[in-house]
Design a protein around this ligand. Sequence first.
Ligand SMILES: [Zn+2]
Length: 235
Amino acid sequence: MKSLTINQYSTIHALVSGVFDGMFKISEISHGGSFGIGCSHALAGEMIALDDTYFEIQGAGNIRQLTDHEQLPFAQLTHFNPDDQFPVSHISKQDIYSKLSAQTNIDNIFVAIKIEGLFENVWFRRTNHQEKPYKPFIEAIAEQSEETLHDISGVMIGFWTPEHFQGISVAGIHLHFIDDARKNGGHVFGFQLKNGLLSYEMKQDVKIHLPNKNEYLNTDIKVSDLDDIIKRSEG
Ligand SMILES: [Zn+2]
């Protein structure tokens, strides 16, 4: 089934404003797609969804499958049926924009992206579980675990978001990685791909599902402060 829709649950603006509590059950967001990325309850880890499985990559590195009743504060999901795919070699995160732009102008449209292959290196982070009362996002993120893996096979999943949607999602390329052994991964800061396959699907619909819980409803989202925080933490 071809779907042009990205289902987005909460917003990056809400997340960086401190809405870390789970807001949407897996059983609920699974209707929105089984391909995508997100963030765990209380920033306990990074979420990556593929092959109908929602993985939580915890701060310390453990990977487990999320169950139906568990809740996430943020997710971006879709049904992925690529428009096209092509082999790529010796590219970095910075090259994805030009590779996709060579296909079509993506400046004003969302794109779902999958990159499978052998990576020379992948540099990523995982957020760590936060206790209440929650610290500000920028302090919570200072406790993240960073790691670089070398000569690793795996898959990256995520989205290209146009600049003018910064804050709804993360503008630019936002990817999460999981290795083939399903033993390691996280939110991707950078990588060098040796060789692999890049698949993509243009997405022209975005459906934003907003939480209805008080933690969200009562949060003061100061947009003017947030762009810099998103760039520093999610780039
Ligand atoms: Zn991420």
